[in-house]
Design a protein around this ligand. Structure first.
Ligand code: DGJ
Length: 730
């Protein structure tokens, strides 16, 4: 069997290769040096090894090699105070209280599996061939071991990287920074792509030139956050369709950082990992720390190609296999219908209408528990509000079940309200700094999840509701960021450990619950997509991507989130107009198109509706059910971008390219656009396709190259849905 990981001990070269990528490193004078990351190459013979030149001001550790300076070595794990003046990836306070470590290569080993991390989400093993290279570096003065882990799967253009640092010294050391990946490449006029965003405007594209100096994004909010999700990509002239894209993301949902540094010699350093400013981790003898895993995805087929790499990898190695291809229910959610004002009658009527119209699950959102009439109260008091639900929740679940409707319920388990019963009983369960009042966010505090009792409380509370009521869907919400990162039970110490401890505790809690209830669908939510990251995707197969249900704003949010996330991991609902977030009035067919391009549901009053509207919903649900498998499990490609054009379009195609659905939305009407044309690649260019709506036949090559023309209909917001079926292979 041919190995994917190889070491040439003459040349001192490590190669990770499969049929789509290679990743190459060299050991030079004990340094582990980056040589290549990109398309597969057969043999590496130093063709791109940079010619070195002696430079004034450069540190030169080897007197016989004055041109070899750490200042321009492309390191895999750069450290500080050793002559590499760029941003370090590893910082350690050694036993002498000095932040100096100097690692040298000592050896390696290879595993035939992907490492399964204990506390963190990880790339899962499957039947696919996989190999992991562990390169051992050692600081012989301070006795510290640094293991760099690289995993490659046979069929994915992904390298999974992480680091493990172990203290072998009898004295304590403090780990101040351990990034998951650091790669030095040459600057060649690449663009940088990252995301920025906020509540109701998640996943906005930030793309531009890379200037000299340091560019940094990340989060110090205790959560990955909608502000800057963990992602960066560099690309030279790439479009959605063509060109090389190198992208990185992190399997982590807490504080993180992404750094791009272009130095004076036009070297480009790309880094991703835990946020080092909020991190400090003491290690006693024998103790080690494992960083989260970074995923490095390469494609030569543009951003669509790069997204395909992530989508397939997430489906095969990240998302819980129980859920990957399982049909997700079409929900009707109570939130935008009546907000906190839910009650037994409403939910019964909702169940009746849901069953009449073809919905599959009713989700009882916020407001169902004790005195929860606004966001000011009751988080933590997870018992039913008997004034609103005098017969409890179980009777509603039974009522739904008799009508073949599933039942979901909202929780915000990580939080506690200041006026709850829970806080009176357990004042020291609140995350807070000593002597200071904790700061409120959405009128609530964080629970100190690092306390085992709190974890057990959450696990037991949710288990009880799920089991006693027969719930099969949990919407797990989280609506604020951390301000007081301290645990009362640890006497408020360990600030640099708290954020990571919190995340490990959260992962542990949701891991327990999702394993205990494998048939319950857990939906991730943080005021929408505020914690939409690959770390959460490991546990929760889908995320409510935004509280903004406006079908104009949603175009960018969904389009851009798809850079990373497959359709099945995103939920979207049809809501009323004027839209509650923007007041915009967008036609129903556009709202349907946007929601139908996700895990679809509704969030509007289906009870008080005239029969025409009901018929329309019935039809929509019927169509979506027929198309759901292709939408959720097919391949998704972006065709025209709402970021920089007046239209938003995308295509869903099955693996055999037999069937495709294209949505094309044109926003404002422009009189000068006589006609609209959309090129439709990603079909079989050797086949003919029948377009259902018009009964026309086009070849795949014609659609890809000539495109398809549409009438430019007067009025804003036009949607075209094109269904294509392969009829003949040419
Ligand atoms: C924020 C979520 O994103 C909404 O969908 C809704 O569940 C509210 N929280 C409830 O408070």
């Amino acid at each position: 069997m041919v190995s994917m990981v190889n070491f040439d001990n003459q040349k001192m070269i490590f190669t990770l290769s499969n049929h789509s990528i290679s990743y190459i490193m060299e050991v030079v004078d004990g340094y582990l040096v980056h040589r290549y990351w990109g398309k597969t190459i057969t043999h590496y013979n130093f063709s791109n090894r940079p010619m070195l030149k002696k430079r004034t001001f450069s540190a030169t550790p080897n007197i016989d090699q004055p041109e070899l300076s750490p200042e321009f070595i492309p390191f895999e794990a750069p450290t500080s105070h050793m002559g590499d003046y760029r941003n370090a990836a590893v910082c350690v306070i050694n036993p002498n209280q000095q932040d100096v470590v100097r690692f040298s290569y000592v050896g390696f080993n290879i595993l035939n599996q992907a490492p399964e991390l204990v506390d963190l989400p990880f790339a899962r093993n499957s039947d696919e061939k996989v190999e992991t290279l562990i390169i051992h570096l050692f600081d012989d003065i301070s006795k510290i071991q640094l293991d760099l882990n690289y995993t490659i799967f046979e069929n994915h253009a992904i390298v999974v990287r992480s680091s493990t640092l172990k203290n072998m010294n009898s004295n304590k050391i403090i780990l101040e920074k351990l990034l998951s990946a650091s790669i030095d490449v040459c600057y060649s006029k690449q663009n940088l792509t990252t995301f920025y965003g906020t509540h109701q405007k998640e996943y906005q594209i930030n793309r531009g030139d890379i200037h000299h100096g340091l560019f940094k994004i990340g989060s110090s909010r205790g959560n990955s956050g909608p502000q800057y999700p963990p992602y960066l990509a560099v690309s030279e002239d790439a479009t959605e369709f063509h060109g090389e894209v190198h992208a990185m993301t992190l399997l982590y949902s807490g504080n993180h950082e992404e750094i791009v540094e272009r130095d004076q010699y036009n070297n480009l350093r790309l880094q991703i990992g835990l946020n080092s400013e909020t991190f400090s981790w003491p290690l006693n003898q024998g103790e080690s720390f494992q960083s989260p895993q970074a995923l490095l995805a390469y494609s030569e087929e543009g951003f669509n190609g790069n997204s395909q790499v992530f989508h397939h990898f997430f489906k095969e190695h990240l998302i819980n296999p129980n859920w990957t291809n399982k049909a997700r229910p079409i929900v009707i959610n109570s939130w935008e219908i009546t907000y906190f004002d839910v009650n037994d009658t409403l939910i019964r009527e909702l169940i009746d209408s849901a069953s009449e119209l073809g919905f599959e699950t009713v989700v009882l959102d916020d407001g169902w528990f004790k005195q929860r009439n606004s966001s000011q109260t009751s988080l933590g008091d997870w018992t039913v509000d008997l004034l609103k639900f005098p017969y409890g929740i179980k009777t509603l679940v039974d009522y739904a079940r008799k009508r073949n409707i599933g039942f979901g319920i909202w929780f915000e388990p990580e939080m506690i309200s200041p006026n709850s019963e829970l806080i009176k009983k357990h004042p020291n369960w609140v995350m807070r700094a000593k002597n200071y009042e904790p700061i409120l966010g959405r009128n609530q505090y964080y629970l100190d999840l690092t306390n085992n009792d709190v974890q057990m409380f959450i696990i037991n509370t949710l288990s009880k509701v799920i089991t006693e009521c027969g719930i099969n869907y949990i919407k797990w919400d989280m609506n604020r960021h951390i301000t007081d990162p301290f645990s009362p039970i640890n006497d408020h110490k360990k600030p640099g450990q708290y954020f990571h401890n919190y995340m490990v505790s959260l992962y542990h809690t949701i891991d327990q619950l999702t394993k205990k209830f494998p048939d319950v669908l857990f939906e991730n939510c943080s005021s929408g997509g505020g914690r939409l990251d690959p770390g959460m995707l490991y546990y929760f197969p889908q995320t409510w991507v935004s509280d903004n249900t406006d079908a104009f704003d949603r175009q960018q949010i969904q389009y851009n989130a798809s850079y990373l996330f497959p359709t099945s991991s995103i939920t979207g609902h049809v809501s009323v107009v004027p839209n509650h977030q923007t007041n915009r009035i967008i036609p129903l067919n556009v709202r349907e198109a946007l929601a139908s391009s996700t895990n679809m549901g509704y969030e509007l009053d289906i009870i008080k509706m005239d029969s025409d509207k009901k018929e329309r919903i019935k039809e929509h649900l019927k169509t979506y059910k027929a198309e759901r498998n292709l939408i959720l499990n097919g391949n998704f490609y972006r065709l025209s971008s709402p970021n920089d054009s007046n239209s938003c379009s995308w295509i869903f195609v099955d693996d055999n390219q037999d069937k495709a659905i294209v949505y094309h939305i044109r926003n404002t009407y422009n009189t000068y656009d006589l006609s609209l044309t959309l090129r439709i690649p990603y079909l079989d260019v050797h086949a003919d396709y029948l377009r259902f709506e018009t009964n026309q036949i086009y070849s795949g090559s014609e659609l890809a190259n000539c495109g398809l023309a549409f009438e430019n209909i007067k009025g804003d917001y036009q949607v075209n849905k094109i269904i294509l079926q392969k009829i003949v292979e040419n």
